[in-house]
Design a protein around this ligand. Sequence first.
Ligand SMILES: *Cc1c(COP(=O)(O)O)cnc(C)c1O
Length: 362
Amino acid sequence: MTKIFNFCAGPAMLPEAVMQKAQQEFCNWQNLGVSVMEVSHRSPEFVAMAQQAEQDLRELMAIPDNYKVLFCHGGGRGQFAAVPLNLLDSKLNADYLLTGQWSKYAVAEAKKHARIAETNILTTTTDGKISVRPCADWKINAGAAYVHYCPNETIEGIELFDIPETGVVPLVADMSSTILSRPIDVSKFGVIYAGAQKNIGPSGLAIVIVRDDLIGKARQTIPAIFDYKIQADADSMYNTPPTYAWYLAGLVFKWLLEQGGVVEIEKKNIAKAALLYNFIDQSTFYANNIDKSVRSRMNVPFALINEGLNEAFLIESKAAGLLTLKGHKIVGGMRASLYNAMPIEGVQALVDFMTAFEKKYA
Ligand SMILES: *Cc1c(COP(=O)(O)O)cnc(C)c1O
């Protein structure tokens, strides 16, 4: 059988070793004779596993002690609502940095609660090339309760490697599609959150990393499951957490540690992205229109110059074992997501296919 590589943007592929381990202990976890899915989240075995997962994430990201790590329901979009409900003060002002579709979605949800200035669009387009103004050019509203941005725009394939300077205003980042792909300095952030289904594990789980002084300010009307204080005090078990997703995330963290952590995985991610972008750039058949300084390592959108060939590309790539390369409908064309679990062999197989496809149709 052809080796299959899944380039889906999310839910995305998981490391093969993790899937095999999960399969091996699926029906009999820790010799309990039952699945991890069937045990109480309050059982000593589950609690120990949950704490170990948090410990491993803390080690991977070097999370300082004055931050809590929460394992929450509701994915990334759940946090679009939870952030304003937890962080707004009585002035209700928040700043949002706009770099693409996911930051727009975050604004749409936050607007139900917050006053948001609409002038913070950071992308520029010149001759069809998309670029991002340097973070230093962005005016921070010193009266804002927080500043929100999205370091990796999954749909457009834009990644910000600079961290905005926001002074005393807490910085909030939606890291759903970049978390654990490279080292980041957690101490620069007030809140980091991520839906799990890209670099962490299965869907249904969001990881929230929140600085202690930002906990306990939530508005009274906040749903209890979204209240950072309630979740922190309950070790993320105020209600039943997404137990299987938490377990699988724990396996992914162990796998990442075995890979050498985020320092080593970043090297692999740089090599994977370079392989694909370099191929696209030398070709007159394919194109990527994002400025090199902000090209995403995780999500690589590309167009076929002759769009009439899109359908053939999708049919033939799928037949070659390269799945889910269709681009997001907002951008069109193709998109290859190269999250941590994608081995370089998968990217090489994609480049080989693209080379052969070009030869056949150019
Ligand atoms: C996937 C994604 C989300 C949405 O996550 P859900 O879990 O589906 O709510 C949010 N932000 C970014 C940047 C994403 O890539």
